[in-house]
Ligand binder design. Structure first.
Ligand code: HEC
Ligand code: HEC
Ligand code: HEC
Ligand code: HEC
Ligand code: HEC
Ligand code: HEC
Ligand code: HEC
Ligand code: HEC
Ligand code: HEC
Ligand code: HEC
Ligand code: HEC
Ligand code: HEC
Length: 289
């Protein structure tokens, strides 16, 4: 409820109030004309708010740039944001004050945990990823995770790690926040990280005496989830062509990659012990596919 009448008299009294408060001031003029310096005499909060965190609304706009006139003479003195902000998609959103709660502190932004569309007026790559790689994250609102603007949450805020040795910094070796199911392996992922789910492979390789032991899991199982290399990706043609066609399966003699038994002659094909001459140093440098 507006108390127009009492305000009118208050505004008329302003000049004498000002004189009383500041005896040194010039004598009151007959016609009172408000300036932005007068507002603080009756309004404590707005000037204090602006002083503390007004930012551009303190330095690039005055009270009266926004509040043109005063009741009761002028009743509509609350400005629309769009008077000064136009030309960007963001300024076409409705309900500016739902997030910019206090126009006198424009960057003190508060929003609920269900906001997505307004974010997209400034950020686009994240929604593109969430849509291209559907996951349960795609169904969450942006602000469900980013509940304060600019805040990056840790995965472990909402999820358990796969094993005790894993810290929050490890998650992004394999997962990206906006496409969490599109698991990829960075080339320096320590093998221990795989052991959370592949203890058998990890333990077998660790117990092996063959040179594969010194390789990272991801040196062989590169980049993409479930990628399984073929021996020849790295070893090329290690034996004489004749033997290769007679014994096409490396594993018959060498066992499995995680536990090579190449030092023993193959029991099923003793004749094949011959390839030694051609098997010499095939320089098996791991090559990327
Ligand atoms: C003499 C005291 C006094 C001074 C000086 C004064 N105001 Fe006010 N102002 C009031 C009162 C009282 C009200 C409440 C009026 C009402 O509810 O109708 C008010 C209301 C307002 C409102 C709310 C209007 C609305 O529609 O809700 C704004 C904005 C405002 N003043 C801004 C200013 C600004 C800006 C200045 C300085 C240029 C200023 N006031 C100076 C007393 C003052
Ligand atoms: C950038 C524009 C802008 C500037 C600058 C600005 N205001 Fe405001 N002010 C607003 C808007 C918008 C509202 C309405 C807020 C709402 O509806 O919640 C408002 C509301 C008010 C109100 C009424 C509500 C309240 O908070 O009591 C007063 C009084 C007021 N302003 C005074 C001032 C004073 C005094 C100054 C200068 C120190 C000032 N304003 C500077 C935009 C501005
Ligand atoms: C009278 C003009 C005016 C009005 C009305 C106005 N603003 Fe502003 N606002 C400005 C100016 C000028 C700047 C500085 C812009 C610049 O530097 O490009 C600014 C800057 C801002 C900023 C950035 C502040 C910073 O320091 O980085 C925000 C946020 C903002 N305004 C929000 C709003 C909202 C929300 C409203 C409506 C409640 C609003 N403004 C109404 C003039 C206004
Ligand atoms: C859902 C919340 C939300 C709504 C609604 C909203 N804003 Fe914003 N606004 C933000 C966020 C978050 C920022 C980014 C702040 C930063 O850069 O730190 C921002 C920044 C701004 C800026 C400064 C940066 C720039 O790009 O100019 C202005 C001005 C602004 N908003 C004006 C408005 C206006 C006008 C409206 C209404 C038409 C509005 N906002 C509605 C959340 C919102
Ligand atoms: C008006 C434009 C604007 C709006 C609206 C906006 N932002 Fe921002 N956002 C920015 C700017 C500018 C930055 C700072 C960018 C930088 O530092 O590279 C930022 C930074 C961020 C960051 C931190 C980025 C980093 O690299 O640390 C996150 C997270 C973020 N915003 C999420 C959101 C979410 C979620 C929303 C919706 C609730 C939102 N933003 C709305 C402009 C906006
Ligand atoms: C499941 C939680 C979650 C959701 C939902 C989410 N984010 Fe993120 N966001 C994160 C995490 C975690 C990071 C940090 C990623 C990193 O460090 O690599 C991040 C990073 C960001 C960044 C920084 C730059 C970047 O891309 O890494 C921005 C900006 C951002 N998010 C905006 C958004 C927007 C906009 C939405 C909605 C369309 C959104 N986020 C949805 C968790 C989420
Ligand atoms: C603010 C909470 C929150 C944060 C932070 C968060 N998540 Fe999630 N995440 C969820 C929710 C909620 C689900 C859906 C769970 C369900 O329905 O069972 C989910 C689901 C997932 C899923 C399964 C997706 C599917 O479609 O099956 C993966 C993987 C995942 N999150 C990984 C991550 C990673 C990695 C991070 C960090 C980059 C992260 N999350 C950050 C809340 C979060
Ligand atoms: C070495 C790679 C790797 C690392 C590091 C990793 N993850 Fe995963 N994560 C996976 C794989 C692979 C799956 C899919 C498993 C499946 O399909 O059952 C998965 C699935 C998930 C899921 C969905 C299934 C579930 O278990 O609920 C969540 C949530 C998850 N990871 C969170 C995390 C978090 C949090 C971290 C960091 C603490 C993390 N991950 C670190 C590889 C990794
Ligand atoms: C969160 C658990 C999890 C983590 C961590 C994880 N994996 Fe897996 N991985 C799985 C699941 C589940 C499967 C699917 C098993 C199936 O299909 O039988 C799988 C499948 C595989 C396969 C394919 C197996 C086949 O039979 O084709 C390979 C290879 C593999 N993972 C390697 C790795 C490597 C290397 C790492 C570490 C960089 C790793 N995984 C980390 C859960 C995980
Ligand atoms: C990603 C590349 C890669 C793949 C795939 C790979 N290897 Fe190797 N292999 C190597 C490297 C590197 C060495 C060590 C060479 C050295 O140090 O001289 C090696 C060594 C070997 C050796 C000698 C072992 C020793 O301890 O002396 C044999 C035998 C061998 N590999 C067989 C295989 C077989 C069989 C497969 C398929 C099941 C296979 N490799 C798959 C890279 C690979
Ligand atoms: C030298 C390359 C190489 C290394 C290092 C390696 N793998 Fe493998 N892995 C293979 C090959 C090749 C296969 C297919 C089976 C075969 O022919 O031996 C395989 C099969 C698998 C499979 C599916 C079959 C199974 O045994 O369950 C999983 C899971 C797996 N590897 C995980 C791992 C993990 C975890 C590590 C690290 C601890 C690792 N691998 C290290 C080459 C390698
Ligand atoms: C018929 C049995 C047999 C088959 C099949 C076979 N190898 Fe061999 N391989 C051997 C024997 C025996 C040696 C020599 C071992 C030694 O020198 O101690 C050898 C040596 C090697 C070496 C060199 C080891 C070193 O110490 O330098 C590599 C690498 C190798 N084989 C890879 C392969 C690959 C890859 C395949 C499949 C394309 C394969 N082998 C198929 C029996 C076989």
């Amino acid at each position: 409820m507006r108390k127009i009448v009492s305000l009118a008299s208050a505004l008329l009294l302003l000049a004498s109030v000002a004189v009383a408060a500041e005896p040194a001031a010039a004598p009151a003029k007959a016609a009172v004309s408000l300036t932005s310096a007068d507002c603080v005499k009756c309004h404590a909060k707005a000037p204090a708010d602006i002083d503390a965190k007004g930012r551009a609304h303190k330095t690039k706009a005055t009270c009266q740039d926004c509040h043109n006139g005063h009741p009761p003479t002028n009743r509509k003195i609350i400005p629309l944001c769009g008077q000064c902000h136009e030309g960007k998609p963001h300024y076409k959103l409705g309900g500016c004050l739902q997030c910019h709660k206090n126009p006198h502190q424009p960057k003190e932004i508060v929003f609920g945990r269900d906001v997505t569309d307004p974010c997209l007026t400034c950020h686009s790559p994240q929604i593109a990823q969430l849509k291209q790689f559907p996951s349960k994250h795609s169904k969450l609102a942006c602000s469900f995770c980013h509940d304060v603007h600019g805040k990056i949450p840790q995965c472990t805020q909402c999820h358990k790690a796969h094993m005790a040795e894993q810290g929050p910094g490890d998650c992004k070796r394999c997962h990206k926040a906006h496409q969490p199911k599109n698991v990829t392996y960075a080339a320096d992922t320590p093998s221990k990280q795989c052991s959370a789910c592949h203890a058998k492979a990890f333990n077998m390789l660790a117990a092996s005496k063959a040179k594969h032991k010194s390789l990272l899991c991801v040196t062989c199982h590169q980049e993409k989830r479930k990628m399984v290399p073929s021996c020849q990706d790295c070893h090329g043609v290690p034996h004489a062509a004749g033997n290769m066609s007679k014994f096409p399966k490396c594993g018959e003699c060498h066992g499995i990659a995680h536990a090579l038994n190449n030092r023993k002659p193959a029991p099923a094909a003793p004749a094949a012990a011959a390839p030694a001459a051609t098997a010499k140093k095939t320089a098996p440098a791991p090559k990327k596919k």
